[in-house]
Design a protein around this ligand. Structure first.
Ligand code: ADE
Length: 997
């Protein structure tokens, strides 16, 4: 076949066009996280790319049915050897890209379908690029170009396909980066294939501008290094303010991850559809926050927008401390029904509260006393001589007692009601007035009060007994108050004798004393004031000595009590020790059983070595003692907390040599360390399962003390995966996960909670079998570099640990299931660090806010769903290890079910499952499916009747909505609420990918 034949072959591509058009139009997705630098399907004029040599690539432009050009470059020199045909794009400015993606659509002819071309016909072409700061025009030197990849077709077509009008269009995407110059060229090298390059799209990824929680996040270009995230601080939308610093992380795929913090609408503004809008006239919002504007409170108004506090109507006020949400109020009306009673020494005033309280509760009364003489119009204020009990102003009860008035006088008392806004009102005061005439002189105590002595806190007074020939003196009442503080408080005491010691006084302080006496006919008037002062520090040594005596007595008594209590606890403690020592190992098993672990018949139960009084007893019950002469140490392979870890050989009793790992306890250890070190062997020795690291035995009778376990050639899972990034099929990865789940099922069946399940604690052998290792409860936390101190003081590997275990140390097989979900994520991302470089505090916060790790790239949707299930906030709703093993087994038996990637999730929403597929882990399609999956299918009709017909609507349901659908059982309400939270996360992840649910 010569040049003409080749041309004829090329012409064959002409047939291809009508099909291509449909394909291209269909395939024209727009992704808002891609910035397109070049799209040949969008170029209207000629592409004008350079071809070298001229008879290599050929430009063919056809029009589609919308009259838009389709630019194709074709080459088909399959008959001639040594082809080297170059096609170079125009210079493409880099824009902000650091890493670019090249998507090529092409068709390729199957060489086998062309006769006589064996040896010359190829089925690949090469993609190159060259960075430059400017366009080089027509200059082209292939040696300046760097190869990106060889591109092969997934599908090549034959003559027959053409006959059947079948088009096999290939789409290949390659990434290049980092790119640092201002732009670049792409070049396509043909080395003898029959290709039609139908379209080229060059783009870079960005996390697109978004508004989350009222914060704006700008377009952000991800880091070239796909394992690190860009932390972006959001800025609040207009009329909003920061509550917690809003943050998002931009991931390598242009997805926004981990929303943290938020903004809230400022005062006077409310949130409507993601932005803050001013409150309308008559409405106000007094506090920043995501609450709605409210109608102005009673007796207030506003005519303007964005009001934070409504204005009070005329005659109404707001006191300084009144919240803006409170109605405006006014002063109270006057008190009613004022009344007075008088006896020989006192006037009792009382009244009823006002009829109108002004809308407030902080009502008080003031009483003004006026002395009027004989002319009622000529009154003057009473002055200091008269006293009010308890006081003349700020009265909260509707009564007051008046003392020390003079006889034969006219008094007028004005009683005013007041509240918190009385001071703000200029209207005339409203009061109730009452007039009274005093007509008797109250006989009073006549005599002199003497101070006998005074200490810092006491004064001793005495007086001469009065001489009342016709009446019997019953007792004396002594009233006293601080001279400086007369208005506030007074105290009184009684004495039958003509002397009293008043205690509880302040040092070096002046006091006023009055005295009155009580006879068979009642109280007499008070004496005039007497003023005395208490003493200072020097005045009462004797009293102090008395105090010392009291303290000494108390201390002796306290010590005696302490001795008695200590003896008591020692005796009861001994009893407990005695009981503990009597427990044999069988009893220990029993007691463990009672500790809440469900025993299956025939399944052994794990025994905590700490229940043994003597740890060496435990280790020899569960581990064989090995004679060190049977061990040959070969190499140091790592360092543990207690000493080196080595690899070596162990001679078995059958004289076979098996590879082993040997953990050693370094010299100079304390007894406590030896105990902790051997504890791991006591635990491991109880297990016998293909996915749990096997204990061969221990060396305790000679030095160094050693633990010998089976050797795992590929070391720990996390570093193994990192070393072999991308090397395994999904089925192989699922196989590893299945092994780990099976080991964990065994442990949980035995009642053992691991607490530190993580890929670093899984070992891998040469057959890729994964085994759970690192046992030792408290010790592991010390050992684990990931363990961090929590606020409660425990050391916990935060990223792997369930929230309830972090918050209140609730470790269980359910918290192990959470950690298992994280291990799944580590495996599917080839050893990526969970939550990347987020700090522990942000991890805890984001989990609390409902964030969960997104699916790693290329992770089947069903596996991510299983992870999300393991990360259920409600621990009882997490899968058991038995469920996990069963589910993974199903996937392994039916690998086609692993083909749906999270990226394809849209397909799940629209395309029904093909019959015979294993049902994927619940990626829910309908409300009924979802309810079934949480075992609440009985409520399907309730949901549908109440109008919750789509998962999107369900994800917005509140607890009120759930109740309204007629679900009355609290347990069911709870289960639905917490499952809605998980559903929200799933929907969020789907929407983050740009899809609609
Ligand atoms: N590192 C710690 N334990 C090991 C084991 N059993 N095999 C290989 N490497 C290890």
């Amino acid at each position: 076949m010569g040049y003409e034949d080749a041309r004829r072959l090329q012409g064959i591509f002409g047939l291809v066009f009508p099909f291509l058009v449909a394909f291209l139009v269909h395939a024209n997705h727009s992704y808002n996280n891609q910035v397109v630098l070049l799209d040949t399907t969008a170029v209207l004029g000629e592409l004008g790319w350079k071809t070298y040599p001229l008879n290599g690539w050929d430009a063919i432009t056809e029009m589609d049915e919308h009259n838009r050009p389709i630019h194709t470059y074709q080459v088909c020199n399959v008959m001639e050897a040594n082809q080297n045909n170059w096609l170079r794009t125009n210079w493409i400015p880099r824009d902000a890209a650091q890493k670019i993606f090249v998507e090529m659509k092409f068709t390729l002819r199957d060489c086998n379908s062309i006769p006589w071309v064996l040896g010359t016909c190829k089925e690949t072409f090469n993609l190159y690029y060259m960075e430059s700061d400017e366009s080089h025009g027509v200059k082209f030197k292939s040696s300046q170009y760097n190869k990106i990849d060889t591109i092969a077709a997934d599908e090549s077509f034959t003559q027959m396909d053409l006959g059947d009008r079948i088009l096999k269009l290939n789409t290949e995407v390659r990434e290049v980066g980092p790119i640092s110059r201002k732009g670049f060229y792409l070049a396509f090298q043909d080395i003898g294939a029959c290709i039609a390059l139908v379209s080229v799209r060059v783009y870079y990824k960005k996390c697109p501008f978004t508004v989350r929680n009222l914060a704006i996040f700008p377009d952000t270009v991800p880091r070239v290094d796909s394992s690190s995230l860009v932390e972006v601080r959001g800025s609040c939308v207009k009329y909003a303010e920061e509550r917690d610093t809003p943050k998002l992380y931009c991931g390598a795929d242009g997805d926004w991850l981990v929303p943290l913090g938020r903004c809230i609408c400022s005062i006077g503004y409310e949130e409507v559809d993601g932005s803050c809008h001013a409150c309308r006239p008559s409405f106000y919002k007094a506090f920043a926050g995501n609450i709605k504007c409210s109608k102005c409170p009673p007796h207030s108004f506003t005519y303007s927008d964005a009001t934070s506090v409504c204005q009070c109507e005329k005659g109404y006020f707001r006191a300084e401390k009144d919240p803006p949400t409170m109605a405006c109020t006014k002063p109270p009306s006057a008190p009613r029904n004022a009344n007075v009673n008088i006896n020989e020494t006192a006037l009792f005033l009382e009244w009823s509260p006002p009829s109108d309280m002004g809308g407030r509760k902080d009502l008080t009364y003031s009483v003004i006393c006026k002395k009027c003489g004989s002319d009622p119009s000529q009154c003057e204020l009473c002055g200091g001589g008269i006293r009010f009990i308890p006081r003349p102003t700020g009265l909260t009860n509707s009564s007051v007692t008046v003392l020390d008035f003079v006889a034969h006088a006219n008094y007028t008392f004005e009683i005013e009601a007041m509240n918190g806004v009385s001071e703000l009102s200029f209207s005339p005061k409203q009061f109730a007035a009452i007039t009274v005439t005093t007509d008797q002189e109250a006989p009073s105590f006549i005599g002199i009060l003497r101070k006998d002595w005074a200490s810092q806190n006491s004064i001793a007074l005495s007086w001469k007994e009065p001489d009342y020939p016709y009446e019997v003196v019953l007792d004396y009442e002594i009233k006293y108050y601080e001279k400086e503080n007369e208005e506030l408080t007074y105290s009184s005491t009684k004495s039958k004798a003509p002397s009293v010691i008043i205690t509880g006084l302040k040092p070096a302080t002046k006091y006023i004393f009055h005295i009155r006496l009580r006879t068979t006919s009642g109280y007499r008037g008070y004496s005039p004031k007497f003023e005395f002062e208490t003493g200072d520090e020097t005045s009462d040594m004797a009293a102090e000595q008395g105090q010392i005596l009291v303290i000494t007595t108390a201390a002796v008594g306290g010590f005696t009590l302490l001795v008695i209590l200590t003896l008591f606890f020692l005796i009861t403690g001994r009893c407990q020790w005695y009981i503990k020592a009597k427990l044999n190992s069988e009893e220990k098993r029993q007691s463990h059983l009672q500790n809440g672990h469900l025993q299956f018949p025939g399944v052994k139960t794990y025994v905590d070595p700490d229940t043994y009084e003597d740890p060496s007893l435990a280790v020899h019950e569960f581990a064989k003692e090995i004679d060190p002469s049977r061990i040959r140490i070969e190499r140091v392979i790592g360092a543990g907390e207690f000493g080196e870890v080595c690899s070596g050989r162990l001679r078995t009793p059958a004289k076979r040599e098996i590879p082993v790992a040997i953990k050693t306890l370094k010299g100079g250890y304390m007894e406590r360390q030896r105990k902790d070190f051997l504890k791991e062997a006591s635990i491991m020795g109880q297990f016998d399962h293909p996915n749990i690291i096997r204990l061969e035995g221990v060396v305790t009778k000679s030095r160094p003390v050693m633990i010998v376990v089976e050797y795992m050639e590929n070391g720990s899972l996390d570093s193994f995966l990192r070393k072999h990034d991308g090397h395994f099929t999904v089925i192989q990865l699922v196989g590893m996960l299945r092994g780990i789940a099976s080991g964990m099922k065994y442990l949980s069946d035995m009642g053992y909670v691991h607490r530190d399940l993580a890929a670093r604690n899984i070992l891998v052998n040469s057959n890729l079998v994964c085994k759970v290792s690192d046992f030792g409860l408290s010790r592991i936390m010390e050992d684990d570099p990931e363990a961090a101190y929590t606020t409660t003081g425990g050391k916990i590997p935060i990223r792997w640990t369930a929230p309830e275990a972090i918050a209140y140390r609730k470790f269980s097989s359910a918290s192990d299931a959470w950690s298992y979900g994280i291990v799944m994520w580590e495996v599917m991302s080839y050893g990526e660090r969970p939550y990347w470089e987020m700090c522990n505090q942000d991890v805890i916060l984001s989990i609390e806010e409902g964030y969960r790790l997104p699916a790693p790239m290329g992770c089947p949707a069903s596996l991510h769903q299983l992870m999300l299930h393991c990360w259920h906030k409600e621990r009882n709703l997490r899968p058991r290890f038995l469920d996990i093993v069963n589910f993974l087994d199903k996937l392994i038996r039916n690998p086609s079910s692993l083909h749906t990637m999270v990226e394809d999730i849209l397909g799940w929403c629209n395309i029904p499952e093909s019959p015979g597929d294993v049902p994927e882990y619940p990626v829910f399609v309908s409300v009924t499916d979802w309810l079934d999956s949480i075992k609440m299918g009985q409520y399907a009709t309730n949901f549908l009747v109440a109008g919750f017909t789509s998962l999107d609507l369900v994800s917005r349901m509140s607890i009120e909505d759930i109740r309204r659908t007629g679900i009355t059982l609290i347990g069911h309400q709870r289960r639905i609420v917490s499952s809605i939270q998980t559903l929200r996360i799933q929907i969020m992840h789907i929407q983050e990918k740009g899809f609609h649910v």
